[in-house]
Design a protein around this ligand. Structure first.
Ligand code: FA5
Length: 360
């Protein structure tokens, strides 16, 4: 709309009020209609409204001045002015609504979202395969009523060795090369510490598992790391037998490998179990032919286990005449290697994202 000089077009000349009131209101209406047609936005519309209906507006002024007329004239003119006022209000309202409508249509045209657009994916990380398998095993055992326990990486000699029937000077201490700290504590060498803490916390009967990192001062090769992962398991109740142990190990292995795997049970020595076993799995990397992971023997040592030694139960305040139990200490890294055919344990700590991303 061209800039409108309302004062010129619409303002009454106070000196000629009578003439103004009597002038042809239809002319004002026509002028208003013409101005309205030229209004191009809400701001101009608001200006037009103020000039007609505002405090000092043209129509408001006419209504105010009605009092100066004779009663007859007042009635006649008042009616006509009010008709004009209603007409103007309605027209302005419609114009306002059409601006809002136009704005909405413009927004819909400019701000629409193309849901079919192929946006580049935001990079998301994934869990390390060892964590993935750990959580899977936690789910398997939780479903069988096992409680998942945790324990500290820094342990006392008492918890890591003594309570597990490995007193000082016992030759079995040499089986696990230990990192000792200056204060006499150590980095736990196995998750069997979680057995000890479990016995301190729980009263039999109980079933627990305890996954976590363990540390040994070992020479690193394809199947040995310095920091690796184990998952401990322990069940204590009346009359627990080797058959219970074998049952739970079978459930574990068939859930994890989801296929037949060949296993063998051979005697194994651990001071905290009696009898003790080594459960080995036929190497899935070489199908038993021999490779660097199985050290050319065709079998991988995966799951040492056994019946909890009475001395260990006693140290945990459990009466071995009333209760018995089994325990196992799964080597998690090696299990993951077997499951995915990973030929070197060093990939796990390589920080090579290409390796990790294969397990999305
Ligand atoms: C133990 O650590 C016993 N605490 C396990 C146990 C628990 C026995 C309860 C009986 C009852 P061992 O030292 O064999 O056992 O280790 C257990 C498993 O950890 C091994 O079978 C192997 O799979 C894994 N493992 C051992 N050393 C390493 C290493 N350096 N790197 C990677 N995995 C290892």
């Amino acid at each position: 709309m061209e800039s409108v000089d309302f004062a010129e077009v619409l303002s009454p000349d106070p000196a000629h009020f009578e003439h103004a009131v009597k002038e042809d209101l239809s002319t004002i209406q026509a002028e208003f209609a013409a101005l309205l047609r030229n209004v191009s936005d809400e701001k101009e519309l608001a200006t037009l409204k103020v000039h007609l209906l505002g405090k000092k507006g043209r129509i408001t002024g006419l209504l105010k001045e009605l009092g100066q007329l004779s009663p007859d004239e007042r009635q006649a003119c008042g009616k006509r002015i009010n008709e004009l006022k209603s007409y103007v209000e309605e027209a302005l309202g419609e114009a306002e609504a059409s601006f809002v409508d136009r704005q909405m249509r413009e927004r819909l045209e400019t701000e629409w979202v193309d849901v079919s657009l192929n946006l580049s994916r935001r990079p998301v990380g994934n869990l390390h395969p060892v964590s993935q398998v750990q959580y899977e095993i936690e789910d398997i055992f939780s479903a069988m009523g096992f409680e998942v326990l945790d324990g500290p990486h820094v342990e006392t000699d008492e918890v890591n060795f003594e309570a597990l029937n490995i007193p000082k000077e016992h030759p079995a201490r040499d089986m696990q090369d230990t990192f000792y700290l200056e204060d006499g504590n150590l980095l736990r060498t196995h998750t069997s510490t979680i057995q000890v803490r479990g016995m301190q916390r729980l009263k039999p009967p109980f079933k627990i598992i305890g996954p976590g990192k363990v540390f040994r001062s070992e020479r690193i090769d394809a199947s040995h790391e310095v920091t690796f992962h184990q998952l401990e398991g322990m069940m204590v109740n009346r009359d627990i037998k080797v058959a219970h142990l074998i049952h739970f190990m079978k459930v574990l292995l068939s859930s994890i490998f989801r296929r037949e795997v060949e296993v063998r049970l051979r005697p194994g020595y651990f001071p905290f179990v009696e009898p003790g076993f080594e459960l080995d799995i036929r190497c899935l990397l070489c199908s038993g032919k021999g490779c660097s992971v199985c050290k050319q023997v065709g079998w991988v040592e995966l799951l040492p286990c056994g019946m909890v030694h009475p001395n260990v139960l006693r140290a945990g305040n459990i009466d071995p005449d009333k209760y018995s139990g089994f325990a196992f200490g799964l080597g998690l890294d090696r299990l993951v290697m077997m499951r995915y055919g990973i030929d070197d344990i060093r990939h796990f700590h390589s920080a090579d994202l290409r390796f990790i991303r294969q397990f999305r």
